[in-house]
Design a protein. Structure first.
Length: 202
């Protein structure tokens, strides 16, 4: 299904290299399929996840979280606290959960080329866009990987992924799959991921 839709889009694009708008109709259909049949798409996307995993600890020097960097992170993390609130049982331990979130962002910074304060900024944007506190760590990691794998900035990637997820009514837990679809389409067509997103949302 999703695979067939992708093949159809590829054939249309190859037949007429200038028809980006025509190709994006197939993109919209594929995103809709992703929303309706998450389980199927999740399994088919596993082969694309390594593109993200390639950005690992061996590729970048370790982030020394001390001194000025720590101060910058605390300043940035203040923005995260303003936009997020833990709900349910997690609401009883707000401070503890925020400390755990801060630690998780620092951990991510050790395996990506992004500094912890930049990751905190992504987390803040995620909160502003309605990403739940419980999903913000995964959202931040996905966006950081997306900025490495594409030409989009962290802010562009955050807004793009959130808008596409809202349009397709995709659950937060499947944002990683949506990011993989976007990267794959960017690799398959003569258009940047940003152009694909902008055209798909028109």
């Amino acid at each position: 299904m999703a695979k067939d839709a992708s093949i159809k889009v590829m054939l249309e694009f190859q037949a007429n290299n200038a028809s980006l708008s025509k190709a994006t109709k197939g993109i919209a259909n594929e995103l809709s399929t992703l929303q309706r049949k998450t389980a199927t798409v999740a399994s088919s996307m596993t082969s694309f996840v390594p593109a993200f995993a390639a950005v690992g600890a061996a590729a970048f020097s370790a982030f020394s979280f001390a001194g000025r960097a720590a101060v910058q992170f605390q300043d940035s993390f203040a923005g995260v606290r303003k936009t997020l609130n833990f709900s349910g049982t997690a609401a009883k331990n707000q401070e503890e959960n925020f400390r755990a979130l801060a630690d998780s962002l620092v951990d991510i910074s050790r395996t990506t080329p992004m500094a912890a304060n930049e990751l905190a900024r992504i987390g803040e944007i995620g909160g502003q866009l309605g990403i739940s506190a419980g999903a913000i760590t995964k959202f931040t990691k996905t966006i950081s990987q997306l900025t490495v794998a594409t030409t989009m900035s962290a802010e562009e990637a955050s807004f793009a992924l959130s808008r596409l997820a809202a349009i397709t009514r995709l659950p937060e837990r499947n944002l990683g799959n949506l990011a993989s679809v976007l990267v794959r389409l960017g690799n398959e067509f003569a258009a940047t991921e940003g152009e694909i997103v902008n055209t798909a949302m028109k």
